[in-house]
Design a protein around this ligand. Structure first.
Ligand code: ADP
Ligand code: MG
Length: 238
C-alpha cells in the first residue's frame, strides 16, 4: 500500500512538472491528488474562475503569488487547493508540525475559510484548526501543537507564537495572507511583519487581496520572495 502511495506521488510530481500552466479550465485538468479531486467533486466545483485559472497552476508549481481579484471571484479555492497539494506532495504527517498558515483579517472570514477547507479537504488526513480568540488560550495551545494547518487572525496567531512552546513552525512550507488589503486597513501590518519574522524563509507565500494598493505591494515586497513571485490580477465580467 505504501509503495503504491509513493508511486502515485511520483506520478503526480511528474504531472505537475510537465503541466502547462496556461491552459486549464476544469479542475479535472489540473495535476491534483485523488483526495483533492474527491473533495472538489463532492463540493460540486468543476470549472475554474478567472483568478483560479491564473493562480492555481503557478501556485502548484511552487511560485509565490500576489493575486488581486474582487470579492466573490473565488480567491479561497485559489489558495486552499495549492495548500492541500503542497502538504500532500510533501507527505505531511501529524509528526511534521505546522505546514501551512492562513492569516485572515477577521474571525468571520477565518471561519468561512475553515469551512471551505473542511469541505474540499475532507478526503485528506491533515489536522486543521482555527485560532481566532474567544477560546481559552491554553485550550487552543494544546490543540495547536498537533495541527498541520492553522487558520486564524493576526493578533491571536502572534500571541501563540510569542507564548507557546510546542508551537512547531520550523518546518512551515506555506504562508497565505487572505484579504491583505483589509489586514492592512485594520492596522495589522506590524503584527503580520512579526509573524513573518517567526517563519522559515524557505517557504512559499500566497498573498490575495480584493484591491491593489501601494501598501499591499509593500507588504508583498516584505513577505514574498521576489525571484519567484508572480503578480496576477483578474477582472471578471459581472
Ligand atoms: P472571494 O474570496 O474572492 O471573495 P470566495 O472564495 O469566497 O470569493 O468565493 C465566492 C463564491 O464563489 C463562493 O460561494 C464559492 O463557493 C464560489 N466559488 C468559488 N470558486 C468556484 C468555482 N470554481 N466554481 C463555482 N463556484 C465557485
Ligand atoms: Mg475571500
Amino acid at each position: 500500500r505504501r509503495e503504491k502511495d509513493l508511486e502515485e506521488l511520483k506520478e503526480l510530481e511528474q504531472r505537475v512538472n510537465e503541466f502547462d500552466p496556461s491552459g486549464a479550465t476544469l479542475f479535472d485538468e489540473l495535476p491534483l491528488s485523488q483526495q483533492t479531486v474527491i473533495g472538489l467533486k463532492q463540493s460540486h466545483f468543476t470549472t475554474l474562475t478567472a483568478i483560479q485559472k491564473k493562480s492555481i497552476p503557478l501556485a502548484l508549481k511552487g511560485k509565490d503569488i500576489l493575486g488581486a481579484a474582487k470579492t466573490g471571484s473565488g480567491k479561497t479555492l485559489a489558495f486552499l487547493i495549492p495548500l492541500l497539494e503542497c502538504l500532500y506532495r510533501n507527505q505531511w504527517t501529524q509528526y511534521d508540525g505546522l505546514g501551512a498558515l492562513v492569516i485572515s483579517p477577521t474571525r468571520e472570514l477565518a471561519i468561512q475559510i475553515f469551512d471551505v477547507l473542511r469541505k474540499i479537504g475532507r478526503a485528506h488526513t491533515f489536522s486543521a484548526g482555527l485560532v481566532i480568540g474567544g477560546k481559552d488560550v491554553q485550550v487552543e495551545r494544546d490543540r495547536i501543537s498537533r495541527l498541520n494547518i492553522l487558520v486564524g487572525t493576526p493578533g491571536r496567531i502572534l500571541q501563540h507564537m510569542d507564548q507557546a512552546a510546542g508551537f512547531e513552525i520550523g518546518n512551515l512550507k506555506l504562508l497565505i495572507l487572505d484579504e491583505a488589503d483589509r489586514i492592512l486597513d485594520m492596522g495589522f501590518k506590524k503584527t503580520v511583519d512579526a509573524i513573518v519574522q517567526h517563519l522559515p524563509r524557505e517557504r512559499q507565500t500566497l498573498l490575495f487581496s480584493a484591491t491593489q494598493t501601494k501598501s499591499v505591494a509593500d507588504l508583498a515586497r516584505l513577505s514574498l520572495s521576489s525571484e519567484r513571485a508572480e503578480y496576477i490580477s483578474a477582472h471578471e465580467k459581472a
